[in-house]
Design a protein around this ligand. Structure first.
Ligand code: NAD
Length: 370
């Protein structure tokens, strides 16, 4: 049965268009083999938008993003635009999209495909089969709190100030996203803060506990201090299913968790906003990596993080869990078959280009659907 899903694609700069090209092939495959029609439009963001329009994202593009069911973004930035004023740098395009779409929940899965378990800096048995999800609050906390700034005191010394601040609705909306995710996974949520030393952490813990009692008592909830969580992530990461935490702790813990998997080229992400009156949730999907100017235009980039971002898009925006599973299984099989782009190359494996990795993925999809 055909359906129409409005997808805005923003390939961006550097390797962005190269890895997005491989996603287009998967979109085509879905169209032909699963009879799922996406209404795809493509636009500019980042350096390419600066070149075309003088700004990193136009109002029209932001408008299109607001009206789409989901946005897929490659990566932005590169040396060509490094010397521009901060206010019109490529990254501002991405920041504006996140802000205008009010994307408050950042989902970063850390998944280790068996074939890559040896690439982690941790012992193989600690990470083999790892599948955790970190939900980071993205629009509040100390990165945005007021007062902030650097001031000079009467005695001539200087003082830098940032404010960690969270309100009840900010905590509840991100906790809800995390509880809902846990329900679709192993039904376990660990809420992380520093309630031992921070009032905002006390409030966070109280609100999450209250919400759990009121709406999510079927989910197993635990609480952990952020410093302990950092230790546990490298000691025994498989103990976690879903972690929910604030902006600052999430920034660090999600990067630490990412490195358990061994490669930037394998890491997808999603940023979600609120559900609107029509039941649609604004969402942007992008790989964790940047535009990798050092390997751009060389057909060397690993397209799997981008492809896995598309699979998250299918799962969370279009409720197409079966198709998302299909893509993830195809990725697993391609890796098990020994193909590697340069970033994940291991001894005895076959080094392949971006295009050949995409070819292999589509072949696996064909086999799985046969
Ligand atoms: P980067 O992620 O682009 O690259 C870091 C290293 O990882 C590089 O050696 C690169 O070759 C490698 N790498 C990254 N993705 C890869 C892939 N898919 N396959 C193979 N190798 C890959 O980070 P950077 O070098 O710090 O930044 C480069 C540019 O990207 C900068 O302009 C930066 O501002 C921008 N950036 C953008 C985003 C984004 O768009 N979300 C995120 C981070 C950095």
């Amino acid at each position: 049965m055909a359906s129409n899903k409005k997808l805005l694609v923003l390939p961006g700069d550097g390797i962005g268009p190269e890895v997005m090209r491989e996603v287009f092939r998967v979109v085509d495959w879905m169209d032909k083999r699963r009879a799922v029609t996406f209404d795809v439009s493509e636009d500019l963001v980042g350096g390419c938008a600066i070149d075309a329009h003088g700004i990193p994202v136009t109002d029209e593009t932001v408008g299109q993003a607001m009206e789409s069911d989901a946005v897929l973004l490659g990566a932005v930035g590169g040396p060509k635009w490094d010397n521009l004023d901060f206010s019109i740098k490529p990254e501002r395009g991405l920041l504006r999209l996140r802000k205008d779409m009010e994307l408050f929940a950042n989902l970063r899965p850390a998944m280790v495909f068996d074939a890559l378990a040896e690439a982690s800096t941790l012992k193989t048995d600690l990470v083999a089969g790892l599948n955790i999800m970190i939900v980071r609050e993205l629009t509040g906390g100390v990165y945005f709190g007021e007062p902030r700034g650097i001031e000079e005191l009467p005695d001539g010394t200087r003082r830098g100030v940032n404010t960690q601040v969270y309100t009840t609705p900010e905590i509840i909306r991100v906790a809800k996203v995390a509880f809902e995710l846990a329900r679709k996974r192993d039904n376990r949520l660990c809420s992380v803060e520093k309630a031992n030393v921070m009032e905002s952490g006390v409030l966070w813990r109280e609100e999450v506990t209250k919400l759990h009692g009121e709406e999510y008592s079927d989910v197993e909830l635990s609480h952990m201090y952020a410093d302990n969580c950092a230790m546990q992530l490298v000691r025994a990461p498989k103990q976690f299913d879903v972690i929910v935490t604030d902006n600052l702790f999430g920034d660090m813990l999600s990067d630490a968790a990412a490195m358990l998997t061994g490669s930037l080229g394998m890491l997808p992400s999603a940023s979600l906003g609120d559900v609107d009156a029509t039941g649609r949730r604004k969402a942007l999907y992008e790989p964790v990596h940047g535009s990798a100017p050092d390997i751009a235009s060389q057909d060397m980039a690993n397209p799997l993080a981008m492809i896995l971002s598309f699979s998250m898009c299918l799962r969370y925006s279009f409720d197409m869990g079966e198709e998302a599973d299909l893509i993830e299984t195809a990725v697993e099989k391609v890796l098990a078959g020994g193909l590697r782009t340069a970033d994940i190359m291991q001894p005895g494996k076959a080094k392949v280009s971006t295009t050949v990795m995409g070819d292999a993925l589509v072949r696996e999809l064909d086999k799985l659907a046969a």
